[in-house]
Design a protein around this ligand. Structure first.
Ligand code: GDP
Ligand code: IMO
Ligand code: MG
Length: 423
């Protein structure tokens, strides 16, 4: 029985949803422990596409229990809507397969407004957030003025607490020239969502400890990616949670000595959505991938910036997360290329760097040092076995994972569950 933390080892959108869906063949419990509905995890099963934002990707496997842990920030109206959306597609969502932590913090309308207002005020220095209110909600959590699921479960007390928070935030919004929000109107929607969510709300820490002692297999579903981590990412161009492996423990209440392994998910190239430094960004590669209809954001629909595989970044992600194994997705995106670049080092002021600098202005000044590998010029989407992959594709996968310092475990050649090669 292995408890596994799955993390994105690049800038998000690595294909975590697809890999989680594949792994829930085994895992009995899937836990989200950070982030909010800034995440968009795409899973395609039986020809139907699902984009999950807050609900763990395990929900599509009957018999898998999904937990939204204490470290998540959740918009009650959005999560109630997501549950309804899944039900309308025939997916059962009941307290038997979904639990929500009573300690999870709420994302409220003033958080979304503030997120947008701060971005506008930053002008060209904006982060490019998803405008889902994530930063302001985590800000309130850390400032100890946040409201949690447990508060929402007590409507009378909640009304008072909300009114106080709205009053303070209205003063802040006024500073941005924005009109005041109406706490009473907000309350109506929130209380309706509260009743829809009430059956799912529980002390998930106690449940997870029992599951650990019963040796149930738990998969921790990372959201975002290593370089969007609030501590280890390209600050300030990051999200507001710990997207790296440690976040799975603090965000779920499962201690580190109950974790057996860490699986990193990477694309065979690199993408980033939003602003911030991206050393291997490449215009022609972006154009090619967008021309194939790929690399548009699952949450905001924005075109993702694309670039070559960056082994410097993934090596560093391996250090921070303790990555044992790697799953490489989107290999098929490179099928048509004659030759493929891989960044093995950065050059900064004449020096060769093995690891990325943490100062984003220095990272932006880094020049990637590339090695070129020959392409395979063969469609891979129908291949299901390692031995059947073209030799150059095997060589590419072997080299990028070796240079990243971890073992290749899974290769993915398409968005569907069965387009997966297990080594
Ligand atoms: P996540 O946020 O890490 O779960 O990733 P997203 O779902 O936001 O983005 C990954 C995109 O790649 C989605 O559209 C997936 O359906 C798609 N995808 C995942 N693995 C593969 C693959 O191996 N090949 C192709 N063609 N698409 C893939
Ligand atoms: P998944 O889980 C890719 C990015 C935003 C922005 C920055 C901050 O699908 O991989 P935020 O709204 O979190 O304050 O935005 O983080 N971002 C993501 N990029 N995938 C995601 O999630 C992301 N969630 C946030 O684009 O640059
Ligand atoms: Mg995504």
């Amino acid at each position: 029985m292995a408890n596994t933390i799955l993390v994105g080892a690049q800038w998000g959108d690595e294909g975590k949803g697809k890999i989680i869906d594949f792994l829930t063949d085994h895992a009995q419990i899937v836990v989200r422990s950070q982030g909010g509905n800034n995440a968009g995890h795409t899973v395609i099963v039986g020809g139907t596409k699902y984009v999950l934002h807050l609900i763990p990707s395990g929900i599509l496997r009957p018999g898998t229990l999904c937990v939204i842990g204490n470290g998540v920030v959740l918009d009650p109206v959005a999560v109630a809507g997501e549950i309804e959306g899944l039900r309308s597609k025939g997916i059962a969502v009941t307290p038997e397969n979904l639990m929500i932590s009573d300690a999870a913090h709420l994302v409220l309308p003033y958080h979304r407004q503030l997120d947008e207002a701060r971005e506008l005020a930053k002008g060209s220095g904006k982060i490019g957030t998803t405008k889902r209110g994530i930063g302001p909600a985590y800000g309130d959590k850390i400032a100890r003025v946040g409201l949690r699921m447990a508060d929402l479960m007590h409507p009378d007390v909640f009304a008072e607490k909300l009114a106080a928070r709205v009053a303070e935030n209205n003063a802040v919004l006024a500073g941005y020239g924005l009109p005041a929000l109406d706490a009473a109107a907000m309350l109506k929607d929130l209380l309706a969502a509260a009743e829809a969510l009430r059956p799912f709300v529980a002390n998930t820490v106690v449940y997870l400890h029992k599951a650990v002692s019963e040796k149930k297999e738990i998969l921790f579903e990372g959201a975002q990616g290593t370089f969007l981590d609030i501590d280890h990412g390209t600050y300030p161009y990051v999200t507001s949670s710990n997207t790296t492996a440690g976040g799975a423990c603090t965000g779920s209440g499962v201690p580190p000595n109950r974790i057996d392994r860490v699986l990193g998910v990477i694309k065979a190239y690199t993408t980033r959505v939003g602003e911030g430094p991206f050393p291997t960004e490449d215009g022609p590669l972006s154009d090619m991938l967008h021309g194939m209809g790929r690399e548009y954001g699952s949450t905001t629909g924005r075109a993702r910036r694309c670039g070559w595989f960056d082994a410097v970044a993934v090596r560093y992600a391996g250090m921070i997360n303790g990555i044992d194994d790697l799953a490489v997705t989107n290999l098929d995106g490179l099928d048509s290329l004659d030759s493929i670049k891989v960044c093995t080092h950065y050059r900064l002021n004449g020096a060769l760097l093995e690891t990325p600098p943490m100062d984003y202005t220095q990272l932006a000044a880094c020049e990637p040092v590339y090695t070129e590998l020959p392409g395979w010029k063969t469609p891979t989407e129908t291949i299901r076995r390692w031995e059947e992959l073209p030799a150059n594709a095997r060589d590419y996968l072997t080299k990028i994972t070796e240079w990243s310092g971890a073992k290749l475990k899974i290769a993915s050649v398409g968005p569907n569950r069965e387009q997966t090669i297990l080594l």
